[in-house]
Design a protein around this ligand. Structure first.
Ligand code: PEP
Length: 251
């Protein structure tokens, strides 16, 4: 099977002020000048989006947001809509990150509503799924992932999901320094692609990029990318320093 275009996506989480984000973006633009087949996306916090968009304009680096709220507009204090994100220059939006699920009450149902809003406004959603350490130890990994993917994508038809990106992020590997082995990642990615095939058909399964996330760094990216069903990475900690992140992009 020919591989899909790889995507390396940086999740800046709740880090960086505007001046820090501008400085980081300038460094990234200069470090990522060499041509590469890899698509690169960075997802700074909402408040940084416009400033970062200006810095990366014309560089080929894409912009993403870390979340959205599904309503178009209204009295929803503190919330940010898909349209607002698009108007700030985003092409991607991360949805259902385990930190949103853990600290902000994100459920498979809210994930489903958010993916609908993203798709309606032309954004490419990156749907994050992953099992906790307890779930892995009690052999629930496959059933947890099956449930997250099916509920998150409930009521979608295959032709609505052409921009979908999946990110497999085992919760026990996020920010912990523990990485799934490339064989573990491949086993899960293949399982996820099979679910996509059974649910939405062969063409969507073949074309959907499945990223791995969880303590990815320059030292382990090549091994992960060598796997048939690993199409890139969602990178947290290692995306916060320009030279480290560029080491991942140019694996
Ligand atoms: C993430 O936040 O999506 C992530 C994978 O974090 P880290 O790379 O720091 O484990």
């Amino acid at each position: 099977m020919s591989k899909r275009r790889p995507l390396i996506a940086g999740n800046w989480k709740m880090y960086k002020t505007i001046p820090e984000a501008v400085e980081m973006s300038k460094k990234l633009v200069s470090l990522l000048k060499e041509p590469t087949d890899v698509e690169v996306m960075i997802a700074p916090s909402y408040v940084l989006l416009s400033a970062v968009a200006q810095e990366i304009e014309g560089s080929g680096i894409f912009l993403g947001a870390q979340d959205l709220f599904w309503e178009k507009e209204g009295a929803y204090t503190g919330a940010v809509s898909a349209e607002m994100i698009v108007s700030a220059g985003c092409k991607y939006v991360i949805i259902g990150h385990s930190e949103r699920r853990q600290y902000f009450g994100e459920t498979d149902h809210s994930v489903n509503l958010k993916i609908r809003a993203a798709i309606n406004s032309g954004l490419a959603p990156i749907l994050c799924i992953g099992e906790t350490e307890n779930q892995r130890e009690s052999d629930e990994t496959f059933s947890v992932l099956d449930k997250q993917i099916k509920k998150g994508l409930k009521d979608f038809s295959y032709d609505e999901l052409e921009k979908l990106v999946l990110a497999y992020e085992p919760v026990w590997a996020i920010g912990t320094g523990k990485t799934a082995t490339s064989q573990q990642a491949q086993e899960i990615h293949k399982f996820l692609r099979n679910i996509l095939e059974k649910t939405f058909g062969n063409s969507l399964a073949k074309n959907t990029r499945i990223l791995y996330g969880g303590s990815v760094k320059p030292e382990n990216i090549a091994e992960l990318m060598a796997m048939d069903d690993v199409d890139g990475a969602l990178v947290g900690g290692a995306s916060l320093k320009a030279d480290v992140f560029s080491g991942i992009v140019y694996f």
